[in-house]
Design a protein around this ligand. Sequence first.
Ligand SMILES: Nc1ncnc2c1ncn2[C@@H]1O[C@H](COP(=O)(O)OP(=O)(O)O)[C@@H](O)[C@H]1O
Ligand code: SF4
Ligand SMILES: [Mg+2]
Length: 324
Amino acid sequence: MGVVLRVSNLTVSFGPPGHRIPIVQGVDFQLERGRILGIVGESGSGKSVTCLALMRLLARSAAVGGRAELDGEDLLALDESRMVAARGGQIAMIFQDPAASLNPVRSIGWQLAEAINLGAAVPSRAAVRARALQLLRDVGMPDPARRLGEYPHQLSGGMNQRALIAMMLARSPKLLIADEPTTALDVTIQAQILRLLLDLRDRLGMTIILVSHDLGVIAETCDQVAVMYCGRIVEMGDARDLFLRPQHPYTIGLLNSRPRVDGQTAALRPIEGVVPPPHALPPGCAFSPRCSRAGDACDQVAPPLEERRDGHRVACFHPAGAAA
Ligand SMILES: Nc1ncnc2c1ncn2[C@@H]1O[C@H](COP(=O)(O)OP(=O)(O)O)[C@@H](O)[C@H]1O
Ligand code: SF4
Ligand SMILES: [Mg+2]
């Protein structure tokens, strides 16, 4: 299928020169066309900063290093005008609050028409309207003809998220980044939006990065998973393999701390301790103060992300099931 996105040694730090605080450190991954990569981790682990760095949407105070090649073209090296064009076409991002990305004083139909006209010249108003209706149908919008004349405030959060996805589809991006796209939605609508992402992958072969703090969301949807902690990927692999045989103590902690789907366990076991703030990371492995497996080397050097099994990478000196 081929690699669409190749991220190498992505680093982001904030603050004035000489006082920079590292937020994302050495993030490396590849994503194949038509696959969904989940990025999961507790709040503050650097998921959004990683995605915003790929979109080049971070504040000027951010120093970004590394490479992020989309079909061979390094997004981080594009000049601003070419990056604006890329954001209009090749790479798109949706967020937790869709209303914030929509124009409140323009109808859904107007905003869709704008996206359609940006994507390619369409011959007539009737053709634009037909395309807009088709896009709304493609994203499962209820009563699509009526929605064209409505404004964002008249739609529910789930419908606004669908409208945004339709606008994004109008430009046929190679890569969609969805950062907590269902976090603000109730559970039923959340499931519908996740099914829509799966449908876009299956029907259009879309490549997607799905970010969530919720392992359940990631487990239901993703082909590949990257677990982030304190700005680093600590474990990455095929979703089934990672969930069946997690090796990093942090991943295991995350899995243990979520309610079981069979409802058998009442008691959650949250990971003890808290995520350290970026300006006060412990030396060595950032997870060491919370880790029950920590040993000698752990508080001295950060463990590198190394391949342990076929395509399954772990950054830990004492991973679980190391002999497997
Ligand atoms: N513009 C910024 N300036 C300084 N620090 C930031 C900025 N944006 C995010 N951070 C810090 O970066 C860390 C990671 O944030 P974020 O990527 O939003 O986490 P996540 O999306 O995983 O919850 C947090 O500690 C956050 O406070
Ligand atoms: S490197 Fe050490 S402290 Fe870090 S997760 Fe592995 S065992 Fe725990
Ligand atoms: Mg975030």
